[in-house]
Design a binder for this molecule. Structure first.
Ligand code: FE
Ligand code: ZN
Length: 491
């Protein structure tokens, strides 16, 4: 293990203003007796010294908790055409339920009924986009369908707000439209996305504790930044960093891994040449051994990525036990699917935070195919990709934007409730933004920047660690990257 003396970890603060304290935050006003009761209920020995401590200090003795809200673990059956139909029907039903809560869509009409009418009238519909074209005059013509039929919707340039939404519209997304019917078409006045409701209150933990995110380590690759990763672990163990950084390290209670924990084997042709560890079991073994160096009081959540073992179609089940036995044996590790939902930080009086964790396979598609995102830098506009998905309340609205197994019983990629944190990886860049009270964070990677990536115009940001203060919701990015290039410059 390397220990760097006077190693100064670079910390950039990228947060928006930490939200000011809101009155009546759950759990914030727990008194000493309540905390002691909780400690005793959880079989934690309360010593006389502890009783003398102030509330804030006492809270620290309460254990960290991870609760799985939703993790997909069904084994895939052979998929049939009917499963796709079933899934899309179900998705239509679920998303239209979300849309119907919007005032503009309170009087939704079935498409078949609109087409029967002759006279012009104001109508609103909910439809799935099945076709989108732009006319010579620069207006959008889209076709949408519901359970009863299909209709053409015209969105003119004059209507700037609707026009901008139409410009970014992708196939298969489900939207609300209000406008004027005219024979077999509707002239849209307004396009309504399912979106995240406005005016939500951001939750704050009663305890000052931190969550950190680790994206795409790719253990087993020759490019794996082992040195940086070891420094990160040394920091967690209070061995590197300045005093404040060490103090922060002691308050880290949750680490979320967003997938691609190993490089995998046979992911692309001739991958062997890029591997430091050739065997997939050995890769997991190495990764597990790294994890065992993390203090045991830290809860670790692991979602799978497309480089991991097992099925990669989404919803992607947790990394299979037979590949990563050692991870399953660790008492502080929780294995989940991608996407997967967990709740962390709950106490008797605080509901905790809901995390939506998704490796991010579909992100690339939207970075390439949504004009406003492409113009803003594509993959570099990570936060815009993430808010695009939140607005559509779906992690992969377009068929073909991810690999998936259609489950006609449940659409696991629907964002059916609003998470406190929306966490992704896959694009090997760091991003943080707040969208309507949802903290959206894309984790970094632990593979070095390669020439191939540079040629392709990708700019990975390796070895960054988002550090989230759950009490203030402030996000800091710690930079552990030293990399090949930097090493060449230093003696
Ligand atoms: Fe990756
Ligand atoms: Zn990936």
């Amino acid at each position: 293990m390397i220990i760097l003396q006077d190693y100064n970890i670079n910390v950039e603060v990228v947060t928006d203003n930490p939200t000011k304290k809101l009155s009546g935050i759950l759990g914030e006003n727990m008194n000493k007796q309540e905390i002691i009761n909780q400690l005793m209920e959880q079989d934690i020995l309360v010593t006389p010294e502890m009783l003398e401590q102030p509330e804030d200090e006492l809270l620290k003795f309460l254990p960290s908790k991870v609760k799985i809200i939703k993790s997909y673990d069904k084994t895939a059956k052979k998929k049939s055409y009917n499963d796709f139909v079933g899934l899309f029907k179900l998705r239509y039903k679920k998303i239209s339920e979300l849309l119907r809560t919007r005032q503009e869509l309170s009087g939704v009409t079935a498409i078949a009924r609109i087409k029967q009418r002759r006279e012009k009238e104001n109508v609103s519909i909910i439809g799935m986009v099945i076709d989108k074209n732009i006319t010579k005059n620069g207006n959008y013509i889209i076709n949408v369908e519901d359970m009863t039929g299909e209709i053409t919707v015209i969105i003119t340039q004059q209507n700037k707000e609707a026009f901008d939404i139409a410009a970014d519209m992708v196939l298969d997304e489900i939207i609300g439209i209000s406008g004027q019917s005219s024979g077999d078409a509707i002239f849209a006045n307004k396009i309504i996305l399912p979106d995240v409701p406005l005016g939500r209150t951001m939750k704050h933990s009663p305890k000052e504790e931190f969550m950190i995110l680790i994206g795409d380590p790719h253990v087993g690759s020759k490019e794996f930044l082992r040195k940086e990763f070891m420094t990160f672990i040394s920091w967690l163990n209070g061995k590197v960093g300045n005093e404040e950084q060490k103090r922060t390290a002691s308050k880290v209670k949750y680490i979320i891994f967003t997938g691609d924990v190993i490089e995998g084997v046979g992911i692309y042709p001739n991958q062997d040449e890029d591997l430091e560890i050739l065997d997939i079991y050995d890769q997991y073994e190495d990764f597990s051994n790294l994890l065992k160096k993390i203090p045991e009081n830290i809860q670790i959540v692991i979602a799978p990525g497309n480089h991991d073992a097992g099925r990669i179609a989404e919803p992607q089940p947790p990394i299979p036990k037979n590949f990563a036995k050692a991870l399953y044996e660790m008492s502080n590790v929780t294995m989940i699917s991608s996407p997967g939902w967990v709740n962390i930080g709950a106490t008797e009086t605080f509901v905790g935070f809901d995390l939506l964790i998704y490796h991010g396979y579909s992100l690339i598609y939207y970075s390439d195919n949504v004009p406003s995102i492409r113009n803003a830098g594509g993959q570099k506009a990570t936060d815009q990709i993430m808010s695009f998905l939140l607005k559509r309340r779906h992690l992969a609205p377009t068929h073909g934007s991810n690999l998936y197994i259609p489950d006609p019983e449940e659409d696991h990629l629907i964002i059916d409730k609003i998470p406190d944190f929306f966490i992704t990886g896959h694009i090997h860049r760091i991003a943080y933004a707040n969208y309507r009270g949802v903290s959206m964070i894309n984790a970094s990677t632990w593979t070095d920047i390669t020439e191939d990536q540079e040629k392709r115009g990708l700019e990975p940001q390796p070895a960054r660690v988002p550090l989230i203060n759950l009490k203030t919701r402030e996000v800091k990015i710690m930079n552990f990257y030293r990399g090949k290039k930097i090493n060449q410059d230093t003696k």
